[in-house]
Design a binder for this molecule. Structure first.
Ligand SMILES: [Zn+2]
Length: 107
């Protein structure tokens, strides 16, 4: 099986055609597949910060955030058969999701 290199049409990275679907590399497919969960995560995260600043109970929101993170993990596992790769991708998505609050905060 020969594999040619193609450019991902989203991030422009060069990847083996065997790793692409619809012209997208795995990274971009993962990012797209969890995009809705990412915004849900960001919404809950901001809510928790708001509650916390009012000294309100944030336990329930914490559980909701954990559930969203679980769902992100499940989706990524469905796309990525390699366990270690799936874990790496999830960690990166979570870091990005948790970091998102800094760019949204103060708007
Ligand atoms: Zn890409």
């Amino acid at each position: 099986m020969s594999s040619i290199l193609i450019f991902c049409r989203d991030c422009g990275k060069q990847v083996p055609s065997s790793e692409t679907r619809d012209g997208l590399c795995l990274d971009c497919r993962v990012r797209r597949s969890v995009a809705d969960l990412r915004s849900e995560h960001a919404r809950l995260w901001r809510k928790r910060e708001r509650y916390r600043s009012q000294n309100a109970n944030v336990q329930q929101i914490g559980r909701q955030i954990a559930r969203v993170e679980d769902r992100m993990g499940q989706r990524i596992k469905e796309m990525v058969s390699n366990d270690r790769q799936a874990t790496d991708l999830l960690r990166r998505e979570l870091e990005a999701a948790r970091g998102q609050r800094y760019t949204i905060k103060g708007v």
